[in-house]
Design a binder for this molecule. Structure first.
Ligand code: NAP
Length: 288
């Protein structure tokens, strides 16, 4: 790497961050586009968050990503927050614009971008979202904004599914929203076009588990599992056996990073697809 004084510094803060793929994605991106920037990852304890933000301002760090456990607490340190991040109540990207810190959330944007790159349209579709945590929130809200017909939230803890379904109805009255448990007893499975798994079921080390069984769905079903480690989850394995089209979480992971870069660099990346494919090729070496 060419180290000189012209580098803009970007970074990730979270705890833990040791296994994060963000430095690989973002530094690969800078290399591909020929930018003399650098992206680092810092382990930040909750008690140190305010001090770290202050130092970032003093050092003129141009932007940073925020991951667990700071996605909510970061908001009190920012000067303004995008509408999308406000609805989600969580920030994963901060831009330092002349000393003012602006918060965004690119999880939903990255998810939608990944669908666009896969040529999967969501308008007027019925989508079953598994999970009701942070990722399910971002993805459901982005799907509602994009004009899906119906969203069904299905979660182990029913009360959380209800809260998210009610939030969707409140913010997007044109979208029908329902909720159920992961047993899906009240769901008309044959009407579902897309399933998005936003639970952590199937992730390392529980790689032999699937959040739902796949009986009773239509033959044109698309299954998107946002888990990226392993690249092929049990749910995807079951789906492929049935001949369903599947997408894994690497695509969303890379696209939310590229969306952060567009915010930081303030340019639309005209080679988005080419750059995405190149980063995906690099990442696949790191993720089995
Ligand atoms: P989160 O806020 O902690 O939510 C976790 C969700 O998983 C909750 O709905 C939880 O249900 C459910 N869950 C956990 N263990 C379960 C089990 N044993 N059985 C059934 N449901 C279970 O986490 P998150 O941030 O939303 O992340 C969720 C997953 O998405 C993780 O695997 C994460 O790696 C992945 N992710 C991927 C990307 C990407 O870019 N590809 C981005 C963000 C997240 P309860 O409400 O009942 O606890």
């Amino acid at each position: 790497m060419d180290i000189n004084f012209n580098k803009d510094v970007y970074c990730l803060i979270g705890n833990p961050i040791a296994k994060s793929l963000s430095p690989i994605i973002n530094n690969s991106y800078y290399k591909i586009i020929g930018k003399n920037n650098i992206y680092l990852a810092f382990n930040v304890k909750e008690k140190d968050l305010a001090d770290v933000i202050n130092v970032f301002k003093i050092l003129n760090i141009k932007g940073f990503n925020v991951t667990l456990p700071h996605k909510i607490s970061i908001m009190e340190h920012l000067d303004s927050i995008s509408d999308e991040a406000k609805i989600l109540g969580a920030v994963n990207t901060v831009k330092n614009k002349n000393g003012r810190l602006i918060g965004y959330n690119t999880d939903g944007m990255g998810f939608l971008k990944s669908l666009e790159l896969e040529d999967v349209g969501v308008k007027d579709k019925t989508v079953l979202v598994l999970g009701a945590g942070g990722a399910a929130n971002a993805i459901s809200i982005s799907l509602a904004k994009e004009g899906v017909k119906k969203i069904i939230i299905s979660n182990r803890t029913l009360s959380k599914a209800k809260i998210l379904a009610e939030k969707i109805s409140r913010k997007f009255p044109k979208v029908t929203s329902e909720y159920d448990s992961l047993k899906l007893k009240n769901v008309r499975k044959e009407k579902i076009d897309i399933i998005v798994n936003c639970t952590s079921v199937g992730m390392h080390p529980n790689i032999d588990e699937s959040p739902i069984n796949l009986h009773g769905f239509s033959e044109n079903l698309i299954i998107y599992d946002i888990i990226y480690k392993p690249r092929r989850t049990k749910l995807m394995e079951l789906a492929e056996k049935k001949g369903y089209y599947t997408i894994n979480g690497l695509s969303m992971l890379i696209n939310q990073a590229l969306c952060s870069q567009e915010i930081w660099l303030e340019v639309e990346d005209y080679n988005f697809l080419k750059n995405y494919k190149e980063i995906k090729r690099i990442l696949e070496i790191y993720v089995e």
